[in-house]
Design a protein around this ligand. Structure first.
Ligand SMILES: Nc1nc2c(ncn2[C@@H]2O[C@H](COP(=O)(O)OP(=O)(O)OP(=O)(O)O)[C@@H](O)[C@H]2O)c(=O)[nH]1
Ligand SMILES: [Mg+2]
Length: 227
């Protein structure tokens, strides 16, 4: 039997302690800044992977780990509401994995990430992927202290995602259009989808991928400056 996956959860009342502060978002930003400084001090690249439910976040991270595990010492925090399904998958890819369960929150926050950071040896890793909870709204408002934010959308969400959820694209440095192998079946024009992303967020770097086949994953690693 493999070791049990370690689970980080808010202590009873902990979420409310932060909410009692005047400005929840400001409190989150402050802790995110502390996380960022801590990560910088240890020279750790940290990447927040956001996107809707089922867009391919875990698959992308799995593929990136496969590509990069000989070059970097990699850790992953898997954010999810209650399960360890993703953490089990990610651990099989060969990275040190920790699950962060939010309980019922629809996003990770800097406080939970700070807790998770305190559980790993920061001298032992170079690269940290944080899979956020599948959601296109809430994670945008809660930076975690990573140096880079990636949003993964898939063609199976249809052609309107960037217009309906502009904020997550405005927050992201890189947008991955995933499942391009299914574009034709879905009747989604990938050029148009990319144009919509650029319309709401002109500076975001867009990469097309099929994380299932691996197409485009190397390009994602390159634009992240990891290859
Ligand atoms: N056809 C196709 N399927 C894909 C691709 N990427 C991921 N999938 C499939 O899409 C499903 C969801 O992928 P995940 O990687 O679990 O998605 P996720 O964003 O991590 O999902 P949550 O964590 O539940 O939000 C799985 O069945 C994957 O095999 C792709 O490029 N093409
Ligand atoms: Mg996942």
């Amino acid at each position: 039997m493999p070791d049990e996956i370690e689970i980080i959860m808010p202590d009873k009342g902990e979420v409310f302690d932060i909410e009692l502060e005047e400005d929840l978002l400001e409190a989150n930003r402050r802790i995110a800044e502390e996380n960022k400084q801590l990560l910088e001090k240890h020279r750790i690249r940290a990447i927040d992977v956001m996107g809707s439910v089922g867009s391919g976040k875990t698959t992308l991270i799995e593929k990136l780990i496969g590509l990069l595990k000989d070059k970097y010492r990699i850790a992953v925090f898997g954010g999810d509401v209650t399960t360890t399904i993703d953490a089990e998958r990610l651990r099989r890819s060969g990275a040190k994995t920790l699950q962060i369960n939010t309980g019922k929150e629809c996003h990770l926050d800097a406080n939970l990430v700070r807790k998770a950071l305190s559980k790993i040896d920061l001298n032992d890793i170079d690269l940290l992927f944080i899979e956020n909870v599948g959601n296109l709204i809430c994670p945008a408002e809660f930076p975690l202290g990573t140096d880079t934010r990636v949003v993964v959308i898939s063609v199976t969400e249809g052609p309107y995602t960037p217009l309906k959820h502009p904020y997550i694209f405005m927050e992201a440095d890189v947008a991955v259009i995933n499942k391009i192998d299914l574009a034709e079946a879905m009747g989604v024009d990938v050029d148009e989808l990319e144009a919509k992303i650029k319309k709401v967020s002109p500076d975001v770097v867009v990469v097309r991928a099929s994380c299932k086949t691996g197409e485009g994953v190397e390009k994602v690693a390159k634009v992240l400056g990891l290859l």
